[in-house]
Design a protein around this ligand. Sequence first.
Ligand SMILES: [Zn+2]
Length: 326
Amino acid sequence: MNVDGTASESASIGIDIGGTKALGVVLTRDGRILAEEKRPTPKNGVGIIECAFALFESLAGKVGNDINIEGLGVGIAGLVDNKGQLRRAPNLVDADGLELGRSLEPLVGVPVYVDNDANCAARAEIATGAARNVEQALLVTLGTGIGGALISEGTVVRGADGMAGEPGHMMVNPAGPTCACGMRGCWESYASGTGLTNLATQSASEGRLTAIAEQLEGKTEEITGEQVTSAARQGDEEAIQVIDTYSWWIAVGLANCAGLLDPEIIILGGGLIEEWDLFGPRVRTAFDKLLIGADQRETVRIEPAAAGESAGAIGAAMLAAARTTN
Ligand SMILES: [Zn+2]
Protein backbone atom coordinates (compact mmCIF):
# COMPACT_ATOMS: atom_id res chain seq x y z
CA MET A 1 0.00 0.00 0.00
CA ASN A 2 1.16 3.53 -0.76
CA VAL A 3 1.88 6.06 2.03
CA ASP A 4 -1.36 7.92 1.24
CA GLY A 5 -3.33 4.71 1.92
CA THR A 6 -4.18 3.94 -1.72
CA ALA A 7 -3.64 0.56 -3.34
CA SER A 8 -0.29 0.22 -5.08
CA GLU A 9 -1.43 -2.02 -7.97
CA SER A 10 -4.58 -2.71 -10.02
CA ALA A 11 -5.96 -6.11 -10.95
CA SER A 12 -9.13 -7.79 -12.21
CA ILE A 13 -10.88 -10.89 -10.97
CA GLY A 14 -11.93 -13.55 -13.46
CA ILE A 15 -14.32 -16.39 -12.67
CA ASP A 16 -14.94 -19.37 -14.95
CA ILE A 17 -18.24 -21.11 -14.16
CA GLY A 18 -18.24 -24.57 -15.71
CA GLY A 19 -20.82 -27.33 -15.41
CA THR A 20 -19.03 -28.91 -12.41
CA LYS A 21 -16.63 -26.38 -10.90
CA ALA A 22 -16.15 -22.61 -10.67
CA LEU A 23 -12.56 -21.37 -10.79
CA GLY A 24 -11.51 -17.80 -9.97
CA VAL A 25 -8.24 -15.88 -10.33
CA VAL A 26 -6.91 -12.42 -9.48
CA LEU A 27 -4.92 -11.18 -12.47
CA THR A 28 -2.72 -8.07 -12.53
CA ARG A 29 -2.58 -5.80 -15.58
CA ASP A 30 0.77 -7.32 -16.52
CA GLY A 31 -0.60 -10.84 -16.38
CA ARG A 32 0.50 -12.16 -12.99
CA ILE A 33 -1.89 -14.44 -11.08
CA LEU A 34 -1.98 -13.28 -7.45
CA ALA A 35 -4.57 -15.75 -6.12
CA GLU A 36 -6.63 -18.67 -7.34
CA GLU A 37 -9.58 -20.59 -5.89
CA LYS A 38 -11.93 -23.37 -6.97
CA ARG A 39 -15.42 -24.34 -5.75
CA PRO A 40 -18.11 -26.76 -6.93
CA THR A 41 -20.69 -25.13 -9.27
CA PRO A 42 -24.12 -24.90 -7.59
CA LYS A 43 -26.92 -26.41 -9.62
CA ASN A 44 -29.19 -23.38 -10.03
CA GLY A 45 -29.11 -19.72 -11.04
CA VAL A 46 -29.39 -18.19 -7.56
CA GLY A 47 -26.67 -20.52 -6.28
CA ILE A 48 -24.40 -19.53 -9.17
CA ILE A 49 -24.71 -15.82 -8.28
CA GLU A 50 -24.00 -16.57 -4.61
CA CYS A 51 -21.02 -18.74 -5.58
CA ALA A 52 -19.55 -16.06 -7.90
CA PHE A 53 -19.98 -13.41 -5.19
CA ALA A 54 -18.38 -15.64 -2.53
CA LEU A 55 -15.43 -16.37 -4.85
CA PHE A 56 -15.01 -12.65 -5.58
CA GLU A 57 -15.00 -11.76 -1.87
CA SER A 58 -12.62 -14.56 -0.97
CA LEU A 59 -10.16 -13.72 -3.78
CA ALA A 60 -10.29 -9.99 -3.02
CA GLY A 61 -9.66 -10.84 0.64
CA LYS A 62 -6.63 -12.95 -0.24
CA VAL A 63 -4.86 -10.10 -2.06
CA GLY A 64 -5.85 -7.50 0.56
CA ASN A 65 -5.87 -3.70 0.39
CA ASP A 66 -2.62 -3.52 -1.58
CA ILE A 67 -4.52 -4.41 -4.73
CA ASN A 68 -7.24 -2.27 -6.29
CA ILE A 69 -9.80 -4.59 -7.94
CA GLU A 70 -11.01 -2.75 -11.06
CA GLY A 71 -13.53 -5.18 -12.49
CA LEU A 72 -14.97 -8.68 -12.55
CA GLY A 73 -15.16 -10.88 -15.65
CA VAL A 74 -17.31 -14.00 -15.65
CA GLY A 75 -17.12 -16.80 -18.20
CA ILE A 76 -20.00 -19.23 -18.08
CA ALA A 77 -20.82 -22.49 -19.85
CA GLY A 78 -23.67 -21.72 -22.24
CA LEU A 79 -24.91 -19.39 -24.96
CA VAL A 80 -24.16 -15.80 -23.90
CA ASP A 81 -25.57 -13.04 -26.13
CA ASN A 82 -23.87 -9.80 -27.18
CA LYS A 83 -25.26 -8.06 -24.08
CA GLY A 84 -23.77 -10.60 -21.67
CA GLN A 85 -27.01 -12.41 -20.84
CA LEU A 86 -26.87 -16.20 -20.47
CA ARG A 87 -29.59 -17.34 -22.87
CA ARG A 88 -29.25 -21.13 -22.83
CA ALA A 89 -27.19 -23.37 -20.54
CA PRO A 90 -27.97 -27.08 -21.01
CA ASN A 91 -25.48 -28.16 -18.32
CA LEU A 92 -26.62 -25.69 -15.63
CA VAL A 93 -30.09 -26.20 -14.17
CA ASP A 94 -32.45 -23.17 -13.96
CA ALA A 95 -29.78 -20.81 -15.28
CA ASP A 96 -31.31 -19.95 -18.68
CA GLY A 97 -31.85 -16.18 -18.90
CA LEU A 98 -29.54 -15.45 -15.95
CA GLU A 99 -28.37 -11.81 -15.92
CA LEU A 100 -25.16 -12.32 -14.00
CA GLY A 101 -23.86 -8.80 -14.62
CA ARG A 102 -26.98 -7.05 -13.37
CA SER A 103 -27.20 -9.37 -10.33
CA LEU A 104 -23.53 -9.23 -9.36
CA GLU A 105 -22.66 -5.56 -9.89
CA PRO A 106 -24.54 -4.22 -6.80
CA LEU A 107 -22.90 -6.96 -4.69
CA VAL A 108 -19.28 -6.60 -5.83
CA GLY A 109 -19.26 -2.82 -6.41
CA VAL A 110 -17.16 -2.96 -9.62
CA PRO A 111 -18.20 -3.32 -13.30
CA VAL A 112 -19.04 -6.92 -14.29
CA TYR A 113 -18.61 -8.34 -17.79
CA VAL A 114 -19.94 -11.73 -18.89
CA ASP A 115 -19.08 -13.97 -21.84
CA ASN A 116 -19.14 -17.62 -22.82
CA ASP A 117 -16.48 -19.64 -20.94
CA ALA A 118 -14.69 -20.91 -24.06
CA ASN A 119 -14.63 -17.39 -25.56
CA CYS A 120 -12.87 -16.31 -22.35
CA ALA A 121 -10.38 -19.18 -22.62
CA ALA A 122 -9.73 -18.10 -26.21
CA ARG A 123 -8.84 -14.59 -25.02
CA ALA A 124 -6.16 -16.06 -22.75
CA GLU A 125 -4.80 -18.31 -25.51
CA ILE A 126 -4.68 -15.41 -28.02
CA ALA A 127 -2.82 -13.17 -25.57
CA THR A 128 -0.21 -15.53 -24.21
CA GLY A 129 -1.01 -19.11 -25.19
CA ALA A 130 -1.36 -21.50 -28.09
CA ALA A 131 -3.32 -19.03 -30.32
CA ARG A 132 -0.67 -16.32 -30.11
CA ASN A 133 0.30 -15.03 -33.58
CA VAL A 134 -2.19 -17.42 -35.21
CA GLU A 135 -4.66 -16.26 -37.88
CA GLN A 136 -7.25 -19.07 -37.81
CA ALA A 137 -7.80 -21.25 -34.77
CA LEU A 138 -10.48 -23.32 -33.08
CA LEU A 139 -10.60 -23.79 -29.33
CA VAL A 140 -12.59 -26.69 -27.90
CA THR A 141 -13.01 -27.33 -24.18
CA LEU A 142 -13.80 -30.86 -23.05
CA GLY A 143 -15.46 -30.63 -19.63
CA THR A 144 -18.91 -31.47 -18.30
CA GLY A 145 -20.07 -30.47 -21.80
CA ILE A 146 -18.13 -29.20 -24.81
CA GLY A 147 -17.41 -25.50 -25.26
CA GLY A 148 -15.97 -23.83 -28.31
CA ALA A 149 -14.55 -20.58 -29.65
CA LEU A 150 -13.63 -19.57 -33.19
CA ILE A 151 -10.57 -17.37 -33.58
CA SER A 152 -10.04 -15.46 -36.81
CA GLU A 153 -7.33 -12.85 -37.40
CA GLY A 154 -6.46 -12.90 -33.73
CA THR A 155 -9.95 -12.18 -32.36
CA VAL A 156 -12.91 -14.26 -31.19
CA VAL A 157 -15.65 -14.57 -33.84
CA ARG A 158 -18.94 -13.81 -32.08
CA GLY A 159 -21.54 -14.36 -34.84
CA ALA A 160 -24.80 -12.42 -35.25
CA ASP A 161 -26.08 -12.95 -31.70
CA GLY A 162 -22.76 -13.53 -29.92
CA MET A 163 -23.35 -17.28 -29.86
CA ALA A 164 -20.94 -18.56 -32.56
CA GLY A 165 -18.55 -21.42 -31.88
CA GLU A 166 -20.73 -24.01 -30.16
CA PRO A 167 -19.74 -27.37 -31.64
CA GLY A 168 -20.91 -29.47 -28.66
CA HIS A 169 -24.45 -29.83 -29.94
CA MET A 170 -23.60 -30.86 -33.48
CA MET A 171 -25.56 -34.06 -34.04
CA VAL A 172 -23.12 -36.90 -34.73
CA ASN A 173 -25.59 -39.78 -34.30
CA PRO A 174 -29.35 -39.22 -34.86
CA ALA A 175 -30.02 -42.49 -33.01
CA GLY A 176 -27.77 -41.54 -30.11
CA PRO A 177 -28.65 -40.87 -26.46
CA THR A 178 -30.68 -37.83 -25.39
CA CYS A 179 -28.41 -34.88 -24.58
CA ALA A 180 -28.86 -32.35 -21.74
CA CYS A 181 -30.08 -29.92 -24.46
CA GLY A 182 -32.98 -32.24 -25.34
CA MET A 183 -31.65 -33.31 -28.76
CA ARG A 184 -30.29 -36.72 -29.63
CA GLY A 185 -26.73 -37.83 -30.37
CA CYS A 186 -24.93 -34.53 -29.75
CA TRP A 187 -21.14 -34.62 -30.01
CA GLU A 188 -20.78 -33.72 -26.31
CA SER A 189 -22.64 -36.89 -25.31
CA TYR A 190 -19.60 -38.79 -26.67
CA ALA A 191 -16.58 -36.50 -26.46
CA SER A 192 -16.97 -34.40 -23.28
CA GLY A 193 -15.70 -35.55 -19.89
CA THR A 194 -19.23 -36.80 -19.28
CA GLY A 195 -18.99 -38.60 -22.65
CA LEU A 196 -16.05 -40.66 -21.37
CA THR A 197 -18.12 -41.74 -18.37
CA ASN A 198 -21.05 -42.56 -20.71
CA LEU A 199 -18.82 -44.75 -22.91
CA ALA A 200 -17.33 -46.50 -19.88
CA THR A 201 -20.76 -47.17 -18.34
CA GLN A 202 -22.00 -48.59 -21.63
CA SER A 203 -18.91 -50.76 -22.02
CA ALA A 204 -19.30 -52.14 -18.48
CA SER A 205 -23.02 -52.80 -18.99
CA GLU A 206 -22.06 -54.91 -22.02
CA GLY A 207 -19.77 -57.05 -19.90
CA ARG A 208 -16.44 -55.32 -20.54
CA LEU A 209 -14.26 -53.30 -18.12
CA THR A 210 -14.40 -56.37 -15.91
CA ALA A 211 -11.56 -55.35 -13.55
CA ILE A 212 -13.19 -51.98 -12.77
CA ALA A 213 -16.64 -53.58 -12.45
CA GLU A 214 -15.16 -56.02 -9.91
CA GLN A 215 -13.67 -53.15 -7.87
CA LEU A 216 -17.11 -51.50 -7.86
CA GLU A 217 -18.74 -54.81 -6.83
CA GLY A 218 -20.93 -54.65 -9.94
CA LYS A 219 -22.18 -51.09 -9.38
CA THR A 220 -21.11 -50.07 -12.87
CA GLU A 221 -23.33 -46.97 -12.81
CA GLU A 222 -20.74 -45.52 -10.39
CA ILE A 223 -17.89 -45.79 -12.88
CA THR A 224 -15.85 -42.60 -13.45
CA GLY A 225 -13.62 -41.36 -16.26
CA GLU A 226 -10.66 -41.25 -13.84
CA GLN A 227 -11.03 -44.98 -13.13
CA VAL A 228 -10.84 -45.72 -16.86
CA THR A 229 -7.80 -43.50 -17.50
CA SER A 230 -6.05 -44.92 -14.46
CA ALA A 231 -6.77 -48.54 -15.53
CA ALA A 232 -5.62 -47.75 -19.09
CA ARG A 233 -2.33 -46.43 -17.70
CA GLN A 234 -1.85 -49.71 -15.88
CA GLY A 235 -2.27 -51.63 -19.14
CA ASP A 236 -5.92 -52.79 -18.76
CA GLU A 237 -6.75 -53.71 -22.40
CA GLU A 238 -10.50 -53.17 -21.99
CA ALA A 239 -9.91 -49.69 -20.54
CA ILE A 240 -7.51 -48.91 -23.42
CA GLN A 241 -10.29 -49.84 -25.86
CA VAL A 242 -12.62 -47.33 -24.19
CA ILE A 243 -9.89 -44.65 -24.45
CA ASP A 244 -9.44 -45.52 -28.15
CA THR A 245 -13.20 -45.19 -28.80
CA TYR A 246 -13.41 -41.98 -26.81
CA SER A 247 -10.44 -40.45 -28.67
CA TRP A 248 -12.11 -41.42 -31.98
CA TRP A 249 -15.26 -39.55 -30.98
CA ILE A 250 -13.21 -36.45 -30.09
CA ALA A 251 -11.58 -36.67 -33.52
CA VAL A 252 -14.97 -37.03 -35.30
CA GLY A 253 -16.13 -33.61 -34.09
CA LEU A 254 -12.74 -31.97 -34.58
CA ALA A 255 -12.54 -33.27 -38.18
CA ASN A 256 -16.07 -31.98 -38.90
CA CYS A 257 -15.08 -28.54 -37.56
CA ALA A 258 -11.76 -28.56 -39.42
CA GLY A 259 -13.53 -29.40 -42.70
CA LEU A 260 -15.66 -26.30 -42.20
CA LEU A 261 -13.05 -23.89 -40.83
CA ASP A 262 -9.63 -25.07 -42.06
CA PRO A 263 -7.84 -23.82 -38.91
CA GLU A 264 -4.07 -23.67 -38.44
CA ILE A 265 -4.44 -25.03 -34.94
CA ILE A 266 -7.06 -26.72 -32.77
CA ILE A 267 -6.54 -25.96 -29.08
CA LEU A 268 -8.07 -28.37 -26.59
CA GLY A 269 -8.95 -27.19 -23.08
CA GLY A 270 -10.85 -28.52 -20.06
CA GLY A 271 -9.93 -30.91 -17.28
CA LEU A 272 -9.18 -33.79 -19.67
CA ILE A 273 -6.05 -32.15 -21.04
CA GLU A 274 -4.38 -33.21 -17.78
CA GLU A 275 -4.34 -36.66 -19.48
CA TRP A 276 -2.99 -35.26 -22.78
CA ASP A 277 -0.31 -37.95 -23.19
CA LEU A 278 -3.05 -40.58 -23.13
CA PHE A 279 -5.51 -38.88 -25.53
CA GLY A 280 -3.40 -36.53 -27.68
CA PRO A 281 -1.67 -39.10 -29.93
CA ARG A 282 -4.87 -41.16 -30.35
CA VAL A 283 -6.91 -38.09 -31.30
CA ARG A 284 -4.18 -37.08 -33.79
CA THR A 285 -4.19 -40.48 -35.54
CA ALA A 286 -7.98 -40.67 -35.80
CA PHE A 287 -8.27 -37.02 -36.90
CA ASP A 288 -5.87 -37.56 -39.82
CA LYS A 289 -8.01 -40.48 -41.02
CA LEU A 290 -11.31 -38.57 -40.67
CA LEU A 291 -10.47 -35.14 -42.13
CA ILE A 292 -11.04 -34.92 -45.87
CA GLY A 293 -7.85 -34.15 -47.76
CA ALA A 294 -5.75 -34.39 -44.59
CA ASP A 295 -2.72 -35.47 -46.66
CA GLN A 296 -3.16 -32.44 -48.95
CA ARG A 297 -3.14 -29.84 -46.16
CA GLU A 298 -0.47 -28.24 -44.07
CA THR A 299 -0.78 -30.22 -40.84
CA VAL A 300 -3.53 -28.87 -38.59
CA ARG A 301 -1.80 -28.65 -35.22
CA ILE A 302 -3.72 -30.11 -32.27
CA GLU A 303 -2.38 -28.87 -28.94
CA PRO A 304 -3.49 -28.52 -25.31
CA ALA A 305 -4.41 -25.05 -24.03
CA ALA A 306 -1.21 -23.40 -22.80
CA ALA A 307 -3.00 -21.75 -19.87
CA GLY A 308 -4.27 -25.18 -18.77
CA GLU A 309 -7.56 -25.45 -16.93
CA SER A 310 -7.26 -21.83 -15.65
CA ALA A 311 -7.53 -20.44 -19.22
CA GLY A 312 -11.24 -19.56 -18.84
CA ALA A 313 -10.74 -17.67 -15.55
CA ILE A 314 -7.64 -15.84 -16.84
CA GLY A 315 -9.50 -14.87 -20.02
CA ALA A 316 -12.51 -13.66 -17.99
CA ALA A 317 -10.19 -11.41 -15.94
CA MET A 318 -8.64 -10.15 -19.21
CA LEU A 319 -12.15 -9.36 -20.53
CA ALA A 320 -12.80 -7.18 -17.46
CA ALA A 321 -9.37 -5.53 -17.72
CA ALA A 322 -9.88 -4.70 -21.42
CA ARG A 323 -13.31 -3.15 -20.77
CA THR A 324 -12.34 -1.18 -17.67
CA THR A 325 -9.30 0.42 -19.31
CA ASN A 326 -11.20 1.37 -22.54
ZN1 LIG B 1 -27.02 -31.33 -27.10
